[in-house]
Design a protein. Structure first.
Length: 241
């Protein structure tokens, strides 16, 4: 399978750096050829990480982000869809015209949360906004990062606040992640047997299987049963007093 990774965090994207790549051009340079965009032009700007994994880097200077418009991204993604089996697009953590354009063109949205109250609040606001804009809940996949943090909220508490179950949880492993970032080698490559890597592999399998809705339904059903059991236990204790 051919995979394209597009860095649409246009001001501060760092995917190329995280993968220890030194590209000579970025998406900002590609748009100068937008009128002649074809497979030949595409090959000039996509950077090889592996034979089947190619990266389209973010602009090298923040001010160049303004040269990339939503219409440019539409044209680029349309061409990528004809040449790649899977396309991963990383966006800035803002709901602007660019991000919404990318989400409109995507088959699946992955929202990454963390076990703290401010991130939970932001994810809740994001879900409400997406619902108002008409995005289908089946298109949105919630992921909880840095689980098992000693100071973090419990998974059940966050799910209750969001009224949504997480499709996957990712274990906290700050030391491995920071080392991976500084070396420019993805930890799923350098530490493929680590728990966090195995969790990401499992998440990828779920996405590729297309059984996301079934997984979420099971999680929601389990959550409902858990809540019912808690209420039943509380009622039983109260009645026995």
């Amino acid at each position: 399978n051919k995979i394209a990774i597009v860095d649409c965090n246009l001001q501060f994207g760092d995917i190329a750096m995280l993968m220890n790549l030194s590209p000579k051009a970025s998406i900002a340079d590609m748009v100068t050829d937008i009128e002649h965009l074809d497979e030949r032009v595409l090959s000039r700007y996509m950077v090889n990480y592996r034979d089947n994994i190619h990266i389209l880097p973010a602009p090298f200077q923040p001010e160049k982000a303004e040269s990339v418009t939503s219409q440019h991204v539409i044209s680029i993604l349309d061409l990528l869809k004809k040449n790649y089996d899977y396309i991963i697009v990383d966006t800035a953590p803002v709901l602007n015209d660019m991000t919404l354009t990318v989400m409109d063109l995507s088959d699946l949205l992955l929202l990454l949360s963390a076990p703290d109250i401010t991130t939970t609040k932001n994810i809740k606001l994001t879900l409400e906004t997406l619902n108002t804009l008409g995005y289908d809940n089946d298109k949105i996949m919630l992921i909880l990062n840095r689980v098992n943090s000693k100071s973090g909220l419990k998974v059940e508490e966050i799910e209750e606040s969001l009224k949504r179950a997480f499709a996957a949880t990712l274990t906290k492993d700050g030391e491995m992640v920071i080392t991976s970032i500084n070396r420019g080698v993805p930890f799923v490559v350098s530490n493929s047997n680590a728990l966090l890597s195995r969790e990401i592999f499992s998440l990828a399998k779920v996405i590729l299987s297309g059984n996301i809705e079934e997984l979420l339904n099971k999680k929601n059903e389990m959550q409902s049963k858990s809540l019912f059991s808690s209420f039943k236990s509380m009622f039983t204790k109260s009645a026995s007093r």
